[in-house]
Write a protein that binds this ligand. Structure first.
Ligand code: PBG
Length: 330
């Protein structure tokens, strides 16, 4: 016996029973805000391909940090957008103890010690060519020399008080190398969020505008280190290695087009699994909303809830503050 005794619509009839059977609910505590940092004071610089997202000087960043704390957003991921004057072939600004990123970290930690900070570890904001690593004469990104640079960068971030270092570079062996260096230096509490399954995605375009690497990257691409869009098993292989090397949390990136990967990762390993709703996803949702084609609040909350349903424990998103406000009915 099935229909009419079984009526799926019975439980959907009223709000109370829909609430009781709801499997996944998005919370502010699932979200990680993302911010771009620039030099100066009182500076907010619009990112043209990301309407509503501004690059912030440190004093403005502190206001954003305060808003995260007020809304119950547990952490903030920082990306520097340094001036062209500090970019170089060896990216040494990345481990300058007084660079923009480290000053931002110290200022935020002094004001809001409870707000978790996640530092991007990759060389692209600091290289003259916009690649995530150090290149040889042919332009190929060299693995081991890059890992050495990433170790210096991670140690400098940990020294400045970063809670999570987040290598987004996709070099081989970097998680283990960074973990060992952090342990040796006594930074035993510094967590590693590994961008483990990071695809060579065209959805990163607006981000590269925001950190000022797109012009330098030009027609270059990142296919020799980021993953091929057509692959899924390879993501599990990457994740397995990063867990074995000491990652505290792993990440899949981008988000919405890759939720099949999030689900496979969560089912296979059950470790803290983060997902990144990247700049191009933000730009799509924002552009369609600004045109009046989509209801922004509804599609953003639906996208983020879908990420949670797919298995994500936390979501990096440029919409974190908006979403947390909407969840409270503000
Ligand atoms: C760079 C980095 C990128 C993003 C985060 N870290 C871009 C890239 O790999 O080219 C993309 C984030 C986004 O698009 O929102 N290591």
């Amino acid at each position: 016996m099935s229909f009419p005794a079984i009526r799926m619509r019975r439980m959907r009839r009223d709000a109370f029973s829909r609430a009781l059977m709801r499997e996944h609910t998005l919370l502010a505590s699932d979200l990680i805000m993302v911010a771009f940092v620039i030099e100066g004071e009182g500076q907010r610089e619009a990112v043209p391909s990301m309407p509503g997202v501004d690059r912030l000087s440190i004093d403005e960043l502190l206001k954003l940090g305060g808003e995260c704390v007020r809304l119950g957003i547990p952490a903030l991921a920082l990306f520097p957008s340094p001036g062209a004057d500090v970019k170089s072939l060896d990216a040494s600004e990345a481990w300058n103890p007084d660079n923009l990123m480290h000053r931002a970290t110290r200022a935020l930690k002094a004001r809001y010690p409870e707000l978790g900070l996640i530092g991007d570890v990759a060389l692209d904001p600091y290289t003259t060519h916009g690649q995530d690593g150090l290149i040889d004469d042919t332009g190929y990104v060299m693995n081991e020399p890059t890992v050495e640079a990433l170790i210096r960068m991670s140690l400098a971030q940990a020294e400045a008080g970063m809670d999570f270092v987040a290598p987004s570079d996709m070099m081989d062996g970097r998680i283990g190398a960074i973990r060992e260096a952090l342990e040796d230096a006594g930074h035993i509490h510094t967590r590693i969020l590994a961008y483990s399954a990071k695809y060579a995605s065209a959805f990163y375009g607006p981000f590269r505008d925001a950190v000022g690497s797109s012009a330098n990257l030009g027609k270059g691409n990142k296919h020799t280190y980021q993953m091929d869009v057509g692959n899924s098993n390879e993501a599990l292989h990457e994740i397995e290695l990063d867990i074995a090397e000491g990652a505290d949390a792993v990440m899949v990136k981008p988000g919405l087009p890759y939720l099949d990967i999030v689900r496979r990762v969560k089912d296979s390993f059950g470790v803290p699994t983060f997902v990144y709703q990247v700049s191009g996803e933000y730009a799509m949702l924002k552009a369609a909303s600004q045109n009046g084609w989509l209801d922004e609040r509804a599609v953003v909350l639906e996208s983020l809830t879908s990420m949670k349903r797919a298995g994500a424990d936390a979501i990096l998103t440029y919409y974190a503050i908006d979403a947390a406000r909407w969840l409270r009915g503000e």
